[in-house]
Design a protein around this ligand. Sequence first.
Ligand SMILES: [Zn+2]
Length: 243
Amino acid sequence: MSDQKTALIISAHAADFVWRCGGAIALHQKLGYQVTVACLSYGERGESARLWKEGKTLDQVKSIRRTEAENAAKALNVHDIQFLDLGDYPLDLGRESQDRVVDIIRAVQPSFMMSHSQYDPYNTDHMRTTDFALTCRMIAQAWGHNPGEKVLGAPQLYLFEPHQTEQMGWKPDTFLDITEVWDNKRAAIECMEGQQHLWDYYTNVAQNRGNHFRRNSGGMSGGRAAQYAEGFQSVFPRTVDEL
Ligand SMILES: [Zn+2]
């Protein structure tokens, strides 16, 4: 039995983990966690507009998106990145995909998990991924599923920040200071050459969440001087001995 701390990110498309939790990944790698990223698809049809406009084929788009995601993962020091190639718009989240993700969850035994907001009318791949992640987490906890394997405990599922926060009904309850790994996150963002229109947008998001970190950690009365942060909404209650 290993006491290695681990985390698992379930990302609908190849780039989602970069914008939404790249800082959390880089920070936890620095803290000694092994962070695994499972990309359910390359986002080849729905999140690669620039490449299609350039006349690339489906295989070329997938290959370019994979390389970008691998480069971003390197910038974040990701322990392991897996591509399930389930197609996008829409994802194929059938039984076979489910079994594969349950196997990943049981192999990783994450201390915490991350995925998308629970509602996303702009991108149903995202909200279906979260529902799928919850289903796979539940199956991984079932003693009757592949008996003999190590059963999953109860890792928190953190929902990372979606693109249009209010429309998704997403409300953060956790801010993570990512200032010390901001350079890694920005480097990972710049690996996403097909989505340059988002680089500054997500830099601004991190700065705004840095402001919220400062305010909620004490503001003018001793708040931490975070410059960049990421927000998360947790699904499950915390179990504590002290408040
Ligand atoms: Zn996406």
